[in-house]
Ligand binder design. Structure first.
Ligand code: TMP
Length: 222
């Protein structure tokens, strides 16, 4: 049986990476084979593209070119990591996926939504997430948290954008959550880490019921 595919989405500093990792650990504790991964990246080829994208090297070529490179990274990640894991019955928890392209390159970058949709159809195909958790905090708060996490390090390609860009991202994610309520669940990520983790766990338990999932026995080989 195909595993489950869960994605985390949201703006900068919303706590996606922390909560993706906590959720993956919790799923694993049920004996379910679990792959925790991220985009851009998640496979050796896509991690190279991540480095190039976040360095800002593709930025001068325009948002369309960036969307194409994000899609190329996604193609490699899906082919070499995500689909094989799902086929083996593993649950995949991914920190960002195709919705980030829709919102960052589509909504904020103004790339033609038809072009974004066409790329998604070609690259993602049927490998759509079963559940997408959209972590929400006000843009200003998210930027503050991201700056605290960065410390003295420099901003990457997107962190360095103005507050108005980050507000567009937030609006885009809120609209996405409202438009696709069957797949997307909005999580208020302003409360404590523990409270947010519990909120996420309640949603995952209700929608996907990990407690009754078949166990991928190959993960128990010694
Ligand atoms: P992060 O993994 O640290 O959040 O960094 C990834 C950055 O890349 C983040 O600013 C969002 C951006 N991004 C896009 O613009 N489009 C995409 O399709 C993806 C996956 C990420």
């Amino acid at each position: 049986m195909r595993g489950r595919f869960i994605t985390f989405e949201g703006g900068e500093g919303t706590g996606k990476s922390t909560h993706a990792s906590l959720l993956a650990q919790r799923i694993k504790s049920f004996g379910i084979g679990t792959l925790l991964t991220r985009e851009p990246g998640g496979s050796p080829g896509a991690e190279v593209m991540r480095y190039v994208l976040l360095s800002g090297a593709v930025r001068p070529l325009g948002a369309e070119a960036e969307a194409v490179v994000f899609a190329a990274a996604r193609d490699d990640h899906l082919t070499t990591m995500i689909r094989p894991a799902l086929e083996r019955g593993k649950w995949v928890v991914c920190d960002r996926f195709a919705d980030s392209t829709r919102i960052y390159q589509g909504v904020a970058g103004k790339v033609d939504p038809l072009a974004i949709k066409a790329m998604e159809r070609i690259i993602v195909g049927d490998t759509k997430p079963d559940l997408t958790l959209i972590l929400d905090v006000p843009a200003k708060e998210g930027m503050k948290r991201a700056a605290e996490r960065r410390g003295s390090g420099s901003t990457d390609r997107f962190e360095g954008e103005a507050l108005s860009f980050h507000e567009k991202l937030r609006d885009g994610f809120l609209t996405l959550a409202a438009n696709e309520p069957d797949r997307c669940v909005l999580i208020d990520a302003t409360s404590s880490k523990e409270q947010v983790a519990e909120q996420i766990w309640r949603v995952v338990s209700k929608k996907l019921d990990p407690a009754s999932a078949p166990i991928a026995f190959e993960d128990f080989k010694v």
